[in-house]
Ligand binder design. Structure first.
Ligand code: GUN
Length: 294
């Protein structure tokens, strides 16, 4: 049996249409144009592509989009000054500082400076704490996208065993909180976990976010399980070409799983669109307007 493919592009396109409609409504009814600012420090080629796509998508939906670029040698104080300027700019409702930052800039210092109301990555201590308390307004983009895919695919997930492999601030930790809030029984695994294959074989929902190409093998997957692959790894495809693969060995896992996300075209497609959703939510909240219907 072959798993059904979870089509992230399809779900992202549906959300994008609703966002564009809601954005047009806020503009006509309230004169509100949501503003998204991206900050890129340095010239990492993958980060440049991600940030360009974020700005392009923002504009296509009807947002104002601003981009700030600092050299990879920028001092921490310069980056913090840029964040403060964007915090104070009333036309900017969401700020995304692309990670990772160069090593001379402490991620914590940046997050402690960023206005939580504009933190569309939901990484600041305030937003992480609100998520823990079950009352988050802004939820990290990739975990939010994964929950949309899970709910669309499975409906109710209460009581299911979920395993999240990876414990990053950007994904693993918020994803585990969201699964828990949806009443899954959640296990978090990481590099020190013993007998990961055995844990994985118990999971009804298996989420891989470790950044290691093809790490999760087919015989780790419980028959019929839902496999969510958050990895985006660039690997050599021969003849000087590169290709993207996930953290899951897709060909093997698809023979066993019930549902599986492909790479590309799975989770990645949802991340940008959830960033836009957060920006619209943040803009409405900052203007004291009701939350958008998205
Ligand atoms: N780097 C990789 N993914 C992300 C993300 O979702 N947000 C930010 N700010 N940086 C990233």
């Amino acid at each position: 049996m072959n798993a059904a493919v979870i089509d992230g592009k399809f779900h992202a396109a549906a959300l994008r249409t609703r966002l564009a409609e809601e954005t047009a409504r806020y503009k006509s009814e309230h004169g509100l144009v949501p503003g998204l600012a991206t900050v890129l420090v340095g010239d990492d080629p993958a980060s440049e592509v991600y940030v360009r796509n974020k700005n392009k998508t923002a504009e296509a939906i009807g947002f104002k989009s601003v981009h700030r670029r600092l050299p990879g040698t920028a001092a921490e104080a310069e980056v913090l000054a840029e964040v403060r300027a964007l915090n104070a700019d009333n036309s900017v409702h969401g700020i995304l500082v692309q990670l990772p930052l160069p090593k001379q800039i402490r991620e914590e210092a940046m997050l402690d400076t960023l206005d939580p109301a504009k933190d569309v990555d939901a990484l600041t201590p305030t937003n992480a704490g609100l998520l823990l308390g079950g009352r988050a307004k802004l939820v990290s983009c990739t975990p939010a996208g994964v929950m949309i895919l899970l709910k669309a695919t499975l409906g109710e997930i209460a009581g299911m065993d979920a395993l999240v492999i990876g414990r990053s601030l950007l994904f693993g930790k918020p994803a585990a909180q969201l699964l828990l809030a949806a009443n899954a029984t959640v296990t978090m695994a990481h590099s020190k976990t013993r007998d990961l294959p055995a844990l994985a074989r118990r999971a009804d929902i298996l989420v891989a976010a470790i950044g290691r190409p093809l790490f999760v093998k087919g015989d780790w997957v419980k028959p019929g399980a839902t496999v969510i692959d958050v990895g985006i790894n660039r690997v050599d495809a021969g003849e000087g070409k590169a290709k993207l693969v996930g953290d899951v060995d897709y060909d093997e896992a698809a023979k066993v799983a019930g549902y599986i996300t492909p790479v590309p075209g799975g989770v990645g497609a949802m991340t940008i669109i959830c960033l836009m959703r957060n920006t619209l939510i943040a803009a409405a909240s900052q203007r004291g307007l009701p939350s958008p219907n998205v």
